[in-house]
Design a protein around this ligand. Structure first.
Ligand SMILES: [Zn+2]
Length: 73
């Protein structure tokens, strides 16, 4: 009878599949919304997304991109 062999193969496939799924989920974590190790922020003026290192902080008002590099009135 090849039934026991079929069960073993099915078990191996299931173990490999669950391991692969866990490995894929672990790899996905930590690589979301990270650009060269920095944070992605949104420009409050034109709404474009850019790395925090390239943006200008406006304190509590958020960030703007370099094209609005003038003091607000
Ligand atoms: Zn902008």
């Amino acid at each position: 009878m090849g039934l026991s062999r079929l069960v073993v193969v099915a078990l191996l496939v299931w173990v490999a599949w669950s391991l692969w799924r866990r490995w894929r989920r672990a790899g996905k974590r930590g690589s979301t919304q990270v650009h060269h190790g920095g944070r992605i922020v949104k420009c409050g003026e034109c709404g474009v997304y850019l790395p925090e290192a390239e943006a200008r902080a406006l304190g509590t008002a958020g960030f703007v991109c370099r094209s609005h590099d003038h003091p607000p009135h």
